[in-house]
Design a binder for this molecule. Sequence first.
Ligand SMILES: C[S@@+](CC[C@H](N)C(=O)[O-])C[C@H]1O[C@@H](n2cnc3c(N)ncnc32)[C@H](O)[C@@H]1O
Length: 456
Amino acid sequence: MKGPVSIGDKLDLNIIDLTNQGLGVGKVEGFTIFVEGGLPGDELIAEIKKTKKNFAEAKAVEIKNPSSKRQISECKYYKNCGGCQLHELDYRAQLDIKTNMVKDAIERIGKLEDVKINPTIGMETPFRYRNKGMFKVGEKEGNISIGYFKNKSHEVVDIEECIIQDEVVDKVLKIVKEYMEKYNVQAYNKKTNKGTIRDIVTRKAKDGSTMVIIVTTSEKLPYKDELIKSLKTVKEVVSIYQNINKKKTPVVLGNKNIKLYGEDKIVDYIDKFKFYISPNSFFQVNPIQTEVLYKKALEYLDLNGGETVFDLYCGIGTISLFISEKAKSVYGVEIVSDAIKDAEENAKLNNVRNIEFIEGKSEEIAPKLLKEGIKADKIVVDPPRKGCDEKLLETIVKIKPETVVYVSCNPSTLARDLKYLDENGYKVIEVQPVDMFPWTMHVECVTLLTRNEDKE
Ligand SMILES: C[S@@+](CC[C@H](N)C(=O)[O-])C[C@H]1O[C@@H](n2cnc3c(N)ncnc32)[C@H](O)[C@@H]1O
């Protein structure tokens, strides 16, 4: 069956919603049109670019009557750059949309009606918030471009500044670009699998100390000393690495790092806890909102110092450390071996002795701990986007902790897992969305569940 629109049609549309990819949603005779560049409340003309059985994709070509929530973007590159999606939407409206996204998932997928969903906690200043930057390096007609990929393409949008990164990053990108142009250093070309520099990665600690990682296709880096000398002129740059990634892969960092200058690691903080950051280590990218999120998780845990707590999917142990002072003992479980090593090192760095980190899958380690008689009074889970494995949810129900705190970066899988827990003896008390990634559609949530004694 053919839909009511064809490629090339230009249609008057009212945008009524936003998808979780940041596309406006319009309807023609009940048929859904996803509109790039459309925001809720816009009356616009959209040109159809693609048609499918149940929907069509279009691009806004003229905004006839803009939504009252529209603003002039602070980013000069937003029209092309695929890094963010919401630069033309007022920040307060972004927070409302995120709250509604969470509410919708909890009600539609989780089938939970009476859950308290708090308004999304936003940032006071939602700019220059990221402590990590990952920039593609490309070449077009002999010109180097460094920036993010264009939306749905592998073309690199050349940027001179990124307003969600620290100003130091702008300086670093300029230096690398000038160096590549001056010494004719080639950008990596994915199609031919040739060239030298693939990506530039930056990591910044709270005190401003910055690590620069130049990702190359081999150990060769022509005029390396000149590059180091130029980067050293930026006083915040305290560490420079070359990372070798020979593989034809979208994964940015390879396994081999060669230190070119300065510190081996930089030290960052969450609250009073210190964390070592090396080129490959995982760390939350928005330090201000991470603290907000963790404080909420700690508040929901309501620890009295006598409890055993499981921190499942613990990464480098940030939540484990954050809650360690208030608990008797913490077990952190994480699948990535290097993250467990970092977690152990971070515990030592902070003189914390009541955490045991275990490498493995949460869904396998939690039943093992239960079998050994180690039971959690309270459990925190912070899984990746796909949510918790059902086997883990089953085990949580068997362990019967009085409180479960669920940290999630994906409202859909959160809602699915909350439904399971709700049907198996837990009550979802409250969900707190936190905006960790302003200008994007991503939202993080922390949820409090308590054991429902009625279902014993
Ligand atoms: C969203 S991150 C959370 C990290 C950490 N809690 C934090 O706040 O920084 C999810 C973590 O789960 C880990 N992971 C993925 N699948 C896992 C599994 N089945 N068992 C344990 N850890 C897993 C990932 O490697 C990643 O470190």
